[in-house]
Every structure is written in C-alpha cells, then in structure tokens.
Design a protein around this ligand. Structure first.
Ligand code: C2G
Length: 155
C-alpha cells in the first residue's frame, strides 16, 4: 500500500485544493493530510478565516482523503513520515524545493498549482467594496469637500 502525505491550511476551501487533493490521491492508495491549526497558521504569518475544526472536517469529507492530522509545527513532518509509513510526500509547486530534505525518508514530489485562485486572493476580492459603494463614497466626499471649501471661503 502506497501512503501519501501532504500539509496545508485549506482555508476558504476552493477548486485549487480539490484538484490538488484529488491528484495526490491518484499517486497512491492512502492519502493523509496535515491541516494547519489556527495557532500554527499564526506562526506561518497567516490568519485563517475558517477555524481549524471546520477546515479539518471539510478536508476529511473529501472522498480522496483517508485521514486528517493536525499540523502544529514545521518540524513534525519527519516524525509523521516515519509514524505513518509514508512513501511519498507531495505538495503544491509553490513549495518547490522547500521540502527536499525529506527525501532521505520518502519520495518528495511537487504538483502544479491551480492558477488564478488562492485563499488570499478570495479574501481580497471579498473585502473589496462594490463599485456602486465606491461611487457613493466618492459622491459623499465631493459634498464634504464643497462644505470645507465653503467654510474656508473658497469658490
Ligand atoms: N494549492 C494549489 N492550488 C491553489 C492553491 C493551493 O494546488 N490555487 C495547494 C498548495 O500548493 C498546497 C495546498 O493546496 O499544497 C494547500 O494550500 P494552502 O492551504 O495555501 O497551504 P499552505 O499555506 O501552502 O500550507 O507545511 C506546509 C504548509 O502547511 C502548507
């Protein structure tokens, strides 16, 4: 039986995550996913929008995923590989080269990311005001500027 291991935050679960997990599952017979805890995310300098418990449950619900474990540190990978008898460590290509040091324990692979989507981009898009909101704010600013100009006796 070939065991695959990967790690990730999987915040705002999206098609990039779905495709990666499906491709990982195709590499072997069992896929274990380490989902970053909220605390570890903070250490990664990321604030996840969806809490760990929900992110872990969402990933575990995927047919392609056999087991979810918490990712609480950068250093746990070696112990996890040994503990779970991992044959292949694999992760998206944005991490290319970063985990080659694991190659004394198992095969290390980097799979192409899905372009055009990321949790960070989704958060930015969701936070951006709607165009009509920007229009309304612009109009309010014009009125305010007029009040200030009148107050200063400007034409
Ligand atoms: N991913 C992808 N395509 C995207 C976005 C993400 O293939 N458009 C992949 C990433 O390459 C990663 C996995 O999906 O393999 C999870 O991505 P993130 O949730 O962003 O995880 P990350 O913050 O990269 O955490 O110790 C490793 C870290 O925990 C990885």
């Amino acid at each position: 039986m070939t065991t695959i291991l990967t790690y990730g935050t999987f915040d705002l679960f999206h098609i990039g995550h779905v495709r990666l997990l499906s491709r990982l599952a195709e590499l072997g017979d069992r896929l274990i996913v380490g989902v970053s805890t909220d605390e570890f995310n903070a250490a990664k300098g990321k604030r996840s929008f969806i809490p760990y418990e929900h992110r872990a449950e969402i990933v575990a619900s995927m047919r392609s995923v056999d087991r979810v474990i918490p990712e609480t540190s950068w250093e746990q990978k070696r112990a996890d590989i040994i503990l779970h008898g991992v044959d292949i460590f694999a992760i998206g290509s944005d991490w290319k080269g970063k985990f080659d040091t694991l190659s004394d324990l198992c095969e290390v692979r980097y799979l192409e990311r899905t372009d055009g989507i990321s949790s960070t981009e989704l958060k930015a898009q969701l936070a951006a005001p709607e165009p009509q909101e920007i229009e309304r704010l612009g109009h309010a600013l014009d009125i305010l500027q007029q009040v200030v100009d009148n107050y200063r006796g400007l034409p």
